[in-house]
Design a protein around this ligand. Structure first.
Ligand code: SAM
Length: 261
């Protein structure tokens, strides 16, 4: 159990955890101790009798800022949970961070110790705290997207869920990890289930053929078409990669085989 991948969340609302993480895939894995979760209440590290965690910003302006010394106490408490292990990845979830990607999720899920996620509230945390933990412990800042949430808890839940499903033994079908959107540098192909005809919409015949190579070719084409239409940024990167692979292959006298074929 102690060697399991551990997620530690620092929050002013510990009761929000495990929340949705107690259900479905993440919940089952949690129950089976394939990972573990701690929620640390930042308020427990307040220094005054009123349990104050925030104060007005220097220079004025709206809102309050979470105080460096209080959050530092909570981070130090989190650190003790990983004693004797490799350092976890410290993360501050913030709209100012690097956008979360599947590649980042993969790296985090491969950290043998796990992650510590700091959730901000109000105007966020004192920047010196972020700077200190970046310099001393390699803290990174991650954003869920270009919008502002009222707190980091939703971001932490999302981030942890994405990591947990990549942990060994969590998904029943391990292949699901490698065929999904972003894992093959494309969005996922279209998927259908029973009935074969619904609202006059018919499942493509090839998917019923049992011919695995034809099905793989259809899925590749579907994934390419969907990516091209919906995410020109991902398509461009994929197309460039494909062109350079083709050049390398033809230089060696080989032929290009699309990923996933
Ligand atoms: N004043 C901050 C700014 O403009 O960048 C926003 C603070 S927000 C109201 C409060 C907290 O919610 C942040 O400290 C952060 O932890 C979390 N948060 C908000 N939006 C987020 C996002 N897009 N990704 C990750 N965390 C977010």
């Amino acid at each position: 159990m102690t060697s399991a991948w551990r997620a530690t969340v620092l929050t002013l609302f510990p009761e929000m955890f495990p929340g949705p993480l107690a259900h479905s895939i993440a919940g089952k894995a949690l129950a089976h101790q394939k990972w573990c979760l701690d929620a640390i209440n930042i308020r427990d590290f307040a220094k005054d009798k009123h349990n104050t965690v925030d104060d007005t910003p220097y220079g004025g302006g709206a809102g309050l800022v979470m105080m460096a010394d209080v959050v530092h106490g909570a981070l130090c408490a989190a650190e003790t949970l990983y004693e004797g292990k490799a350092s976890p990845q410290y993360i501050y979830v913030t709209p100012r961070g690097a956008p979360l990607t599947q590649a980042i999720v993969r790296t985090l899920s491969q950290n043998p110790s796990g992650i510590v996620v700091l959730c901000g509230r109000y105007e966020g945390v004192d920047d010196r705290l972020v700077e200190y933990w970046r310099e001393e412990k390699g803290l990174i800042e991650i954003s869920l997207g270009d919008y502002v949430l009222s707190g980091g808890e939703m971001a932490a839940l999302t981030l942890i869920d994405a990591c947990v499903r990549l942990l060994p033994g969590v998904l029943i079908k391990e292949e699901a990890k490698t065929s999904e959107s972003f894992e093959l540098d494309l969005l996922e192909f279209s998927q259908y289930s029973k009935p074969r005809i619904w609202q006059n919409k018919v499942v493509p015949e090839v998917l019923l053929s049992g011919d695995h190579s034809k099905i793989a070719a259809w899925r590749q084409k579907s994934a390419e078409q969907i990516t091209k239409e919906r995410r020109p940024d991902i398509w461009k990167a994929y197309d460039n990669q494909r062109a350079s692979t083709k050049r390398t292959q033809s230089g060696k006298g080989g032929s290009f085989a699309a990923k996933g074929d």
